[in-house]
Design a protein around this ligand. Structure first.
Ligand code: C5P
Length: 240
C-alpha cells in the first residue's frame, strides 16, 4: 500500500500527495468549496467523500468505454491512488446548453440548447482567473503542443457523448463540464483531475433544478443534500 511522503500541490478542493513511487500520487478530496476564483469560500460537509465516490465511479465508466484515465484505485472514502502526469496547462470545457461564463461573455440567455456541443479552451491559471483562449494563442504561449490539444479535445467530446447519455439515463441533463489531461511517464495522454459536481453543471431533466456547485455559488440551499443525491444515483448506476 503506497503511503504519503509529502505534499506536491494543495488546490482549492484537493491535495496531491507524493508517495515513495514517483509515478504514483495520492489525490485527496477536501470539503472546502470556493467559487468565483476563490472570492467566495465555504465548506460543503462531506463534499470530499461524495466527490471522491462520484469521480471514482465516473472514471471507471469512462475507462470501460476506452477513455484512459489517471485513476489507479480508490484507497479510502476521500483518497485515490493516481498516476503522476505532466498536466496540460489548458482546461477543456464542453457546453451543451448556454450557462455560466458563456452567458456572461456573450449576453446569451441561460438554458439555450446548442445545436451541437461547443468545445472551449481556458488557460489553467488561478492567478489569471482561467481566461478563455484560442488555438493560436495556446500554440504561441506554449501551453500545449497542437497534437496533444487535438487528442485531448477529441477525448473531451467523447466523454461528453458518454456522460450525456449516462446522466440522461438518471433523469439529469449534463449542461457543461471541465476536464484536465496530462501525460504519464510513458507518454500516454490520460484524463486527470476529477469529474464531480464541482466541475460540471447538472440540471434535473424534469424540473430544471440545479444540482451542482451552482447551488453553493448562488446560495440556492440544500447543497449537501444535492451532492448526496447525485452520489447515491451514481452509486446505484455504476457498481465498483
Ligand atoms: O464558469 P464556466 O461557465 O466557464 O464553467 C463551465 C464549466 O466548467 C462549469 O461546469 C464549471 O463548473 C466548470 N469549471 C471548472 N473549473 C474552472 C472553470 C470552469 O470546473 N476553473
Amino acid at each position: 500500500m503506497p503511503t504519503k511522503t509529502g505534499i506536491l500541490r494543495e488546490g482549492k478542493s484537493k491535495i496531491l500527495h507524493t508517495t515513495e513511487d514517483p509515478n504514483l500520487l495520492i489525490q485527496e478530496y477536501k470539503d472546502a468549496a470556493t467559487a468565483f476564483n476563490g472570492i467566495k469560500k465555504g465548506v460543503i460537509v462531506d463534499k470530499g467523500v461524495f466527490n471522491c465516490a462520484i469521480s471514482t465511479r465516473i472514471f471507471h465508466l469512462l475507462e470501460a468505454a476506452g477513455i484512459p484515465t489517471h485513476l489507479v484505485e480508490v484507497l479510502n472514502e476521500r483518497e485515490q491512488l493516481v498516476k503522476t502526469v505532466e498536466i496540460v496547462m489548458v482546461e477543456f470545457v464542453v457546453r451543451n446548453v448556454a450557462a455560466g461564463s458563456f452567458c456572461k461573455r456573450y449576453g446569451t440567455e441561460e438554458g439555450v440548447l446548442f445545436p451541437e456541443p461547443l468545445l472551449e479552451w481556458f488557460v489553467k491559471s488561478d492567478e489569471l482567473g482561467d481566461p478563455h483562449i484560442g488555438r493560436q494563442a495556446i500554440d504561441l504561449l506554449g501551453l500545449s503542443d497542437m497534437a496533444t490539444l487535438d487528442e485531448a479535445s477529441e477525448l473531451t467530446l467523447r466523454v461528453n457523448k458518454l456522460l450525456c447519455e449516462f446522466w440522461k439515463s438518471l433523469g439529469i441533463d449534463l449542461i457543461d463540464f471541465k476536464l484536465e489531461f496530462g501525460r504519464d511517464a510513458d507518454g500516454n495522454l490520460l484524463l486527470a483531475d476529477e469529474f464531480t459536481p464541482d466541475g460540471c453543471r447538472l440540471w434535473d431533466s424534469e424540473t430544471g433544478e440545479k444540482l451542482d456547485k451552482d447551488r453553493f455559488r448562488f446560495d440556492l440551499g440544500d447543497v449537501e443534500a444535492s451532492y448526496a443525491r447525485l452520489n447515491s444515483l451514481v452509486e446505484q448506476a455504476i457498481p465498483v
